[in-house]
Write a protein that binds this ligand. Structure first.
Ligand code: GAP
Length: 464
């Protein structure tokens, strides 16, 4: 196993051990591509969504948020083109009945990206006798398109109802309502965070490719005649900045422009921002120039003209849209991969000369699921009572944990593993000098701080 695969395995096991992420429906044998976020995972995920919402909605005057439904009118999917085709090409192994992404099989074998060319892929898979990655046999069906939308029903609505495969649709169709109910003037954006569902042929790489996930999307409206390129570039930089706020290093990010022949007919430009995951550079976020496609289509299929009226010039026009899109789980995976650190600590063991390994999640402090842990040095009530009192006081301000199990060393390690930036220890001296020891997660340095100054001290440290 390579070092990178090993790192991924360690992250998956740490996530389970410490209550960050569990396989979905595990006691029934699991459901591929679905996960449960445990007590700490849900805090981490919420912190990521809050960071995004603050950066792109609350801190900006020209972006507003909505929270639209997952169940949307069947006509929306006709208008957007999803009903006709939203998916990947698949191929089934006739021996073991496993299904695969045909483009991935071909690309692994030939290095060529033949997405969209089903006949060619069928030929290559047969000619090159590509083996089934599951059973090793060579007995394939032809390559076929596979619609990844999950179908369901709804009382009183005719037509196919789908669980939305992206959040964008709910934004386009609320364009008029948002415009009429706010004072927004073009250029402005509408943002949404929410669930999306895709029946991926193969769910893979932990929380990278999921069947149920969350997106954070913005539809940013500009004038058709605007010089869109600098606005597009600015969005790319903002997306990269966000990745770095999650902990990504600049050198682990790269831009991949979609070649002209693979662009949708309406798109002027699409760029994926890729991150160097342990399984290679893969799409993290995307940015697309969607032209007037969406608003034109929804005007045609719906009952409302989705145009913009410019009061100053008296012009009416259908705005063009730039779409920065972000995946919540891929953001979370970047935060985990960037934070995961192993350090050799302590004196060498006299028997084998080995030092202890300390596992630390060095999350940016604002993402850490728990900010401060309160630890009495011993289980004696004279220490646990004042520690609990301090914990209760601070819990009103920060997300805190109280822990009095096992040795102090083990408790520090446990907090390191969940990325808690500060541990506060109350010891016997604290009773006398009214001070506590504050330990820093990254440096492991300890500082004595007066209890009466603790709140200010921690507030300052956590905002660094
Ligand atoms: N509205 C545009 C759109 O949905 P996309 O590239 O298909 O574009 C946007 O998806 C983002 O959603 C991706 O960049 C990725 O972060 C996330 N994403 C897409 N499919 C995913 C999946 N199966 N599992 C987890 N995240 C996914």
């Amino acid at each position: 196993m390579s070092e990178k695969e090993n790192k991924m395995e360690k992250i998956v096991s740490l996530c389970k051990r410490r209550g960050l992420i569990f396989q979905g429906s595990e006691i029934y044998g699991g459901m591929g591509g679905t996960y449960t976020y445990g007590p700490l995972g849900v805090e981490l995920k919420n912190n990521i969504k809050q960071l995004w919402w603050k950066k792109f909605v609350q801190d900006r005057i020209n972006i507003v948020g909505i929270d639209g439904p997952i169940l949307l009118h069947p006509k929306l999917w006709e208008a957007s083109g999803h009903a006709e085709g939203f998916g990947d090409a698949m191929v089934d192994c006739k021996e073991c009945k496993k299904r695969f992404r045909a483009d991935h099989l071909v690309e692994d074998e030939t290095g060529e990206d033949l997405e969209g060319k089903n006949e060619e892929m069928t030929k290559i898979i047969k000619e090159k006798e590509i083996k089934c990655p599951n059973c090793g046999k060579v007995n394939w069906t032809d390559v076929k398109d596979f619609n990844m939308m999950f179908k369901t029903q709804m009382n009183g609505v005719e037509g196919d109802i789908f669980l939305r495969p992206e959040t964008a649709g709910a934004i386009f169709i609320e364009f008029k309502n948002v415009l009429d109910s706010t004072q927004q003037k073009i250029p402005f954006g509408i943002a949404q965070i929410g669930k999306a569902f895709r029946n991926e042929i193969v769910a893979s790489n932990f929380i990278f490719r999921l069947r149920e996930f969350e997106q954070m999307e913005i539809e940013y409206l500009i004038r058709p005649q605007d010089n869109w390129e600098p606005i597009f570039d600015d969005w790319l930089s903002q997306q990269e900045d966000f990745a770095m706020e999650l902990g990504a290093k600049k050198e682990d990010l790269r831009r991949l422009e979609h070649p002209r022949e693979k662009l949708s007919h309406y798109s002027k430009k699409t760029i994926d921002i890729e991150y160097n995951f342990p399984f290679g550079f893969k799409e993290l976020f995307g940015l697309a120039h969607r032209g007037d496609f969406d608003l034109t289509q929804h005007t045609e299929f719906g009952n409302e003209k989705l145009e913009y009226f410019d009061q100053e010039s008296g012009e009416r026009f259908i705005p063009h849209i730039l779409e920065p899109t972000f995946g919540v789980e891929r953001s979370l995976l970047v935060a985990l991969v960037s934070a995961y650190t192993e350090e050799q600590v302590g004196d060498p063991n006299p028997e084998d000369g080995q030092r202890d390994t300390r596992i630390v999640l060095k999350f940016p402090k604002k993402l850490a699921p728990v900010k401060i842990a309160f630890l009495p040095l011993s289980k004696k009530e004279e220490l646990t009572n004042p520690t609990k009192e301090l914990f209760n006081q601070m819990q009103e301000k920060f997300v805190c944990q109280y822990d009095d199990t096992q040795s102090i060393g083990k408790r520090y390690r446990r907090q390191d593993e969940i990325g808690t930036p500060y541990c506060v220890t109350f010891d016997f001296d604290s009773l006398e000098d009214k001070s506590v020891t504050v330990r820093d997660r990254d440096t492991m340095e300890q500082e004595r701080v007066k209890i009466e100054e603790l709140e200010n001290y921690l507030t300052e440290k956590l905002s660094e």
